[in-house]
Write a protein that binds this ligand. Structure first.
Ligand code: FRU
Length: 507
């Protein structure tokens, strides 16, 4: 009954409502939590406040997907209790029943989350965050909190002590957890998910410390026949274009602690747009895939964005990998191939085409589109080029490449509503190119209120949201003579350009 009620309540047709991305039926959402694959379902839990469209006492909302594209909303999974609010955390399938929470017939899903004791915080204490467990024996539909919580108490009284990501540690043949402690991450291990011992810590003098460290994840990926470990650490504020963003480190994990391959001052960003935060990966994904999902917003303005019934969406699920580049080993990401199921009419298919002037695309008036473009830089005199979205009101969003600066850009300054926050549309967001190939590749996915760019096979990602007062019904290509003269065209040579309309996931 409740499931039907939730579905009926959510029409998913309000202004700015994402049609390709997960968003909650109503009210406030932030970080993705508890992402685990089990019994054919990708679980997505999320930081949720069910009573308002701004942040409030945190619950875990819940949705599941069988294909990483379509989502079914389920009732709230975890609610605050006398130990506190339910902050971010993760879940695993405890196939060996090492926790003892299972039965002969039922394998437990075990979640570890951070309790946040609001009263403790208000009283000026510093030990108001600690880690708790809950388990489910019915495919995540109902959860029981462990009666001996917390399992990792905050004995050192550290103010920021949160965001637990569990993973199976093959080196120790135990469970491990990584979580954020202010300016570093810690690793603990456990035979049973209940009793935990600290094994190491990382990061006090690595990467950026312009803001507090949050929401880490640690996982192995292979590159050139070697295994490398990737550590994600979200940071707020201090992102490359302002506010919240996620940095990553590449190195080794010996089962106890992480060692950075790069000099400590090097900073690598997972996504250089402004709207991809607190992202982590699914546990237990089939065939060893490493699939990532982020919160598509930024603490700079998340609570002010102009949506009426709900606030925030997630990014598309993305497959992560590593690549050897001229600059070293880098994280690469691309939308999961399942996303292609959304492709509808192909409205552009061309090879070796020289664009001399702006060109309107035959996108049928739909803002939902996917473009795969290849540009030959040696044959392209334009200094700035890309794709513009516009509507009848003349609101315009632009994304593309600045060949002079060798940077991708995303410009939402004239893309509609930006009056709700001084921090939303300050300047164009830019990101340096990583590879030096003569062919530049742009893979773009446009939803009603977002753009995701995966450039050069996913070596650069940018995610930005926007709020046009009417949908962006028009799409066009542009090439410009100089970065400062927006009205003087210059040519762009496309070796390939393909584009599709995309179908809504909610219809
Ligand atoms: C990140 C974060 C986490 C915390 C949660 C609270 O966006 O601040 O560190 O667990 O949100 O909702």
């Amino acid at each position: 009954m409740l499931i039907l009620t939730l579905k009926a309540a959510a029409q998913y047709d309000e202004p700015h409502r994402p049609q390709l991305h997960f968003s909650p039926p109503a009210n406030w959402m932030n970080d993705p939590n508890g992402m685990v694959y089990a019994d054919g379902e990708y679980h997505l839990f999320y930081q949720y406040y069910p009573n308002a469209t701004v942040w409030g006492p945190m619950h875990w909302g819940h949705a599941v997907s069988r294909d990483l594209v379509h989502w079914e909303n389920l009732p709230v999974a975890l609610a605050p209790d006398k130990l506190g609010l339910i902050f971010s955390g993760s879940a695993v399938l405890d196939a060996r029943n090492s926790s003892g929470f299972g039965t002969a017939k039922k394998t437990p899903l075990v979640a570890m989350f951070t309790y946040h004791d609001m009263d403790g915080e208000k009283a000026g204490r510093t030990d108001f965050q600690y880690q708790g467990l809950a388990y489910s024996l019915d495919k995540g539909r109902s959860w029981t909190k462990y009666d001996k919580n917390p399992v990792i108490p905050n004995t050192e009284k550290l103010k920021d002590f949160r965001d637990t990501k569990l993973f199976w540690n093959e080196a120790l043949k135990q469970w491990s957890v990584v979580f954020a402690v202010g300016d570093h991450v810690r690793f603990y291990s456990s035979p049973d998910l209940k009793s935990w011992t600290k094994t190491g810590e990382f990061g006090k003098s690595d990467g950026t410390h312009a803001g507090v460290w949050e929401c880490p994840d640690l996982f192995p990926l292979t590159v050139g026949g070697r295994t490398k470990w990737v550590l994600l650490v979200s940071i707020n504020p201090g992102g490359p274009n302002g506010g919240s963003a996620t940095q990553y480190f590449v190195g080794d994990f010996d089962g106890k602690t992480f060692r950075n391959d790069n000099p400590p001052q090097n900073i690598f960003w997972l996504d250089q747009g402004r709207d991809d935060y607190a992202g982590v990966t699914w546990s237990n994904a089939p065939r060893g895939r490493r699939i990532f999902l982020g919160w598509m917003s930024n603490w700079d303005y998340a609570q002010q964005v102009p949506t009426a019934k709900w606030r925030s969406a997630m990014t598309l699920p993305r497959e992560l990998g590593l690549a050897e580049t001229a600059e070293g080993v880098r994280l690469v990401q691309n939308p999961v191939r399942e996303t292609q199921a959304l492709r509808g009419r192909k409205f552009l298919s061309m090879k070796n085409y020289r664009l001399e002037n702006e060109m309107n695309l035959d996108n049928g008036g739909s803002p939902l589109a996917e473009l795969e473009l290849e540009i030959d830089l040696a044959k392209t005199p334009a200094t700035k080029f890309g794709v513009a979205l516009t509507n009848a009101k003349g609101e315009t969003y632009r994304v593309g490449y600045d060949a002079e600066a060798k940077r991708f850009f995303s410009d939402r300054r004239k893309a509609g509503r930006n009056d709700f926050s001084d921090l939303f549309a300050v300047k164009p967001h830019t990101a340096p190119r990583v590879v030096t190939d003569q062919t530049l590749r742009l893979h773009l996915i446009f939803d009603t209120a977002s753009m995701e760019l995966f450039a050069d096979d996913g070596t650069v990602a940018m995610t930005d949201i926007f709020f046009p007062t009417e949908d962006f019904t028009r799409l066009k290509f542009f090439g410009l003579k100089s970065a400062s003269q927006w009205n003087v065209p210059e040519s762009v040579f496309f070796t390939q350009a393909n584009a599709w309309n995309l179908k809504s996931i909610w219809r």
